[in-house]
Design a protein around this ligand. Structure first.
Ligand SMILES: *Cc1c(COP(=O)(O)O)cnc(C)c1O
Ligand SMILES: [Zn+2]
Length: 399
């Protein structure tokens, strides 16, 4: 198992539990994919099928349930989106989001025998949402202590969801972006592996989203993949997978990668619009898409490089269009996703309008997390006496 990290930007190599290159950019694991072939995919559960591209093989228990999510063609959404829609349903992961891929891979590597990684006996993360839930769950499955650093003003319902896995939860006062980078400095010195959004181990697990998508389409490839993007960690992993498949020569065409954000906090989309090659911090605005509201994304610049490399784009979406897409996913396709994930469908519609995506394109919307744990705040139901039920059902049939 190789523990070498490499910088996508300057090519430098590092070893050990580092996340940042001396040039300031994010590192990822070095993978030699040149000889990979789809026949190398093994009969293992979930994301562990791509053993030859991963630094560790499948442990059992909860780990075996990470990834391997369905990719479904959903014609009922074509009219809304304006293209041929495929949904990658990440809500199928055990804790309801793609974060399980990175949590599972990270903890599997940290626990593997004979690893080159430095010994750590605790994990942590900086998150107030899905990553906190996911990291705590896989830490519980590993028996490793876990510390979760959340913002001061976290809603209590979110704390309850995280707490069921019994991590140490600390509310931290101060700048959240600085906290993210601070933990990457303090962690190694204290033997705590911080599995934050864009660290090499998390990105490595999250690349499997794209391996699965491409395997489903092989020998063809989708025209575009649309990804709700916050830190840029998942987007980076998806790009890494495409580069690996391309270097192996098993990708018919490289799909265009589109990063979709909430306009209220859209630093990657704003940098893209300016034609900048680096992402700068923006003001944080309020949005219904709270899982993707990062005003200072640690892998934003890497996401821009992925967009440039694949001829994609980035867009920021307004709350009303996000909510309309969320309702459409539920009412047309029967899929409940959180608002952040609905940006994928809203994004396709916008990109079709902008002429970026063609109506005949096969487009994968990565619906990153389930909406079943979201409190949508509305809903109503008539009360019917049991004696009146037959008439009421007759009326329902007549509707
Ligand atoms: C974390 C998350 C994202 C954003 O992923 P990044 O890797 O931070 O860009 C998008 N959607 C959902 C549901 C998430 O939990
Ligand atoms: Zn570098």
């Amino acid at each position: 198992m190789s523990a070498t990290r490499r910088c996508y930007a300057c090519g430098s190599r590092e070893t050990g539990l580092v996340a940042r290159c001396s040039c300031g950019e994010a590192l990822w694991l070095e993978t030699d994919a040149d000889s990979f072939d789809w026949n190398d995919v093994i009969d293992a559960p979930g994301m562990w099928r791509y053993e030859s591209l991963l630094p560790v093989s499948a442990p059992d228990g909860l780990f075996a349930a990470a990834g391997g999510t369905p990719l479904v063609r959903e014609p009922s959404l074509d009219a809304f989106a304006g293209a041929r829609v495929h949904l990658k349903v990440e809500g199928g992961n055990p804790t309801g989001s793609f974060k399980d891929r990175g949590s599972a891979l990270g903890l599997a590597v940290l626990q593997a025998d004979g690893r080159e990684e430095p010994a750590v006996d605790a994990v942590g993360t900086v998150s107030h949402g899905n990553m906190a839930i996911s990291t705590s769950a896989y830490a519980a499955a590993s028996g490793l202590p876990c510390v979760v650093l959340v913002p001061e003003d976290i809603p209590e319902s979110r704390l309850e969801t995280i707490s069921q896995f019994d991590p140490t939860v600390l509310r931290v006062a101060g700048d959240y972006g600085r906290l993210y980078e601070r933990t990457l400095e303090i962690g190694p010195a204290r033997d705590i592996a911080f599995l934050n959004s864009d660290v090499p181990l998390r990105v490595e697990g999250q690349k499997t989203t794209a391996l699965e998508i491409c395997e489903s389409f092989a020998p063809d490839a989708p025209d575009a993949i649309v990804v709700p993007t916050s830190s840029g960690g998942h987007f980076s992993g998806i790009w890494k997978a495409l580069r690996e498949l391309e270097s192996a020569g098993v990708l018919a065409d490289v799909p265009r990668l589109y990063a979709v954000q909430a306009a209220a906090s859209a630093p990657i989309a704003e940098a893209y619009d300016r034609g900048a090659s680096e992402v700068s911090r923006v003001e944080r605005g309020e949005t219904v898409a709270y899982s993707i509201g990062n005003p200072d994304p640690p892998s934003g610049t890497r996401a821009l490089a992925a967009i440039e490399d694949t001829d994609g784009a980035a867009v920021g979406l307004e709350d009303p269009e996000i909510l309309e897409a969320q309702r459409t996913l539920a009412s047309e396709a029967g899929l409940s996703v959180e608002a952040s994930s609905a940006t994928a469908l809203a994004g396709i519609r916008r990109l079709v309008d902008a002429g970026e995506i063609d109506s005949s394109d096969d487009v994968v919307a990565v619906t990153t997390g389930t909406g079943l744990t979201d409190h949508l705040g509305s809903g109503s139901a008539d009360l019917v006496e049991i004696e009146a039920l037959e008439d009421r059902l007759a009326a329902f049939r007549d509707d």
